[in-house]
Design a protein around this ligand. Structure first.
Ligand code: BGC
Length: 461
């Protein structure tokens, strides 16, 4: 039996990620609240108390993050709290977030602050949301206020969470507000989010030149059901549009979408780092019966582990390929800003965590500059269109949104051991996953007992 340690670099950030609307509770002034009131969430649920962070329960959850031996936490600031009416800024809300940042720092947790995570103030959505040409500038104004107030204590800023998810879920698939189904609107929103990111980047740098600014990109692993030119074409369309166009625009200053090219020169070079949010693999095929979806069908592959509902295949190894592409394209350091699995019983989470972190470690080993990993998520929370559907529990801690009772899942211990050691070692892994899974993952001979960083040219990956 070979014992080994997959060591991560000194200073690697280990954390969890959350988003304001999913954990704060009582957000009644944003577009998601309106969407929930209209009965558009699973079983017509509303977010209610969520994890009760707005009432101060973040303190006890940050204690949990500290107990997990984390040294970072990614959270988001709710625009509708800071700017409840257009151009009126709420000092109490700003003070609340300053307290949160101080609470993180007091526990040795580096804050990574997201400025837009799916929600918009009601006043903004009433004016057309991100379809309104003024919105990028309004976003930058809000960002400036936030960075002026909090910039002294925050180094890592994440402008926008998953622009292509926001655009596609809200404007093509109709699952997020405003529930539109229009390819044109989706593309227009993607373009506006790109402008918003660029404006926010410049606003942050103007106030805090030392700040490190990036955004979080959701990437999908994709495959075709079998080799066929039509399926390959369908896959390319999804890959270029969903995975690649936005990222490429940040290096070229031009957003290239199918039948639409727009120059956004101010977006060029607006990245200090790039965040990868990674969850699923999908099978993409051309389908003549799907004209309303531009003849595309996206389904979970038949083999492999499937997530609940419409989610894809759980395939953690895809992380590596995404890290490689993002680095090759941007040349920037990376953070895994989200990675996790819906798993109420913790049946596959430990194995998923080990497989995911093995992929991240492989990237690190081959000198890809991955600087940190944020697990999604710390405590179960409000899962957007899925609400509190019991199948969609992503937390290291279970959380009952009514009683507010938290219970650690076994993978919390696994994550703690990994973070404490800054490494994935064979003993920890053996404790967390069944022996046959261990043997299948690590057939001994392939794993070197001592770690050496290989220069990138020698990469065999
Ligand atoms: C989002 C999170 C969400 C998670 C799990 C990500 O795409 O950024 O807000 O909870 O996926 O579905």
């Amino acid at each position: 039996m070979v014992d080994f340690t997959m060591q991560f670099p000194a200073g690697f950030l280990w954390g969890t990620a959350t988003a304001a609307h999913q954990v704060e509770g009582g957000n009644t002034n944003n577009n998601w609240h309106a969407w929930e009131q209209a009965g558009r969430v699973y079983q017509r649920q509303t977010h209610g108390l969520a994890c009760d962070w707005w009432n101060g329960r973040y303190e006890e959850d940050f204690d949990r993050a500290e107990a997990l031996r984390n040294n970072a936490h990614r959270f988001s600031i709710e625009w509708s709290r800071i700017e409840p009416e257009e151009d009126r800024f709420d000092d109490r809300a700003i003070a609340h977030y300053a307290d949160m940042i101080a609470a993180l720092r007091a526990r040795g947790l580096e804050p990574m602050v997201t400025l837009h995570h799916f929600t918009d103030p009601l006043w903004l959505s009433e004016q057309g949301g991100w379809l309104n040409p003024e919105t990028p500038a309004r976003f930058a104004r809000f960002v400036r206020v936030v960075v002026e107030a909090l910039g002294g204590d925050v180094r890592l800023w994440c402008t926008i969470n998953e622009p292509m998810v926001y655009a596609s879920q809200g404007y093509l698939l109709g699952r997020f507000p405003p529930g539109k189904r229009s390819v044109r609107a989706m593309f227009r929103v993607a373009e506006q989010l790109l402008r918003g990111h660029a404006a926010a980047y410049h606003a942050i740098k103007a106030v805090a030149p030392e700040a490190e600014v990036g955004f979080a990109k959701h990437q999908l692993s994709l495959r075709t059901p079998w080799p066929h030119a039509l399926h390959a074409g369908a896959l390319r369309l999804v890959r270029n549009t969903f995975n690649r166009a936005f990222v490429l625009a940040l290096t070229t200053g031009e957003l290239r979408l199918p039948m639409r090219r727009v120059e956004v020169p101010q977006a060029r070079d607006t990245l200090d780092w790039i965040g990868l949010n990674y969850y699923y693999r999908f099978q993409v095929s051309f389908h003549p019966f799907y004209p309303h979806q531009v003849f595309l069908r996206q389904t979970p592959p038949r083999d492999g582990i499937r997530g609940p509902g419409d989610t894809g295949e759980i395939w953690p190894e895809g992380l590596l390929e995404q890290i490689k592409w993002l680095y090759k394209t941007t040349g920037k350091p990376l953070y895994v800003t989200e990675n996790g699995v819906p798993d109420p019983d913790d049946a596959i989470r430990p194995l998923h965590m080990v497989r995911s972190l093995r992929s991240v470690w492989k990237a690190v080993m081959h000198s890809y500059p991955v600087r940190g990993y944020f697990y999604w998520t710390l405590v179960d929370n409000f899962e957007w269109a899925e609400g509190y559907d019991p199948r969609f529990r992503f937390g290291l801690y279970a959380c009952d949104p009514v009683t507010q009772e938290r219970t650690a899942r076994p993978s919390a211990t696994l994550y703690r051991d990994i973070c404490a050691a800054n490494a994935l070692d064979s003993e920890t892994i053996r404790r967390a996953i069944p022996a046959h899974e261990f043997d299948a993952l690590f057939p001994g001979v392939e794993v070197q007992p001592r770690v050496t960083l290989l220069p990138r040219e020698e990469s065999q990956l």
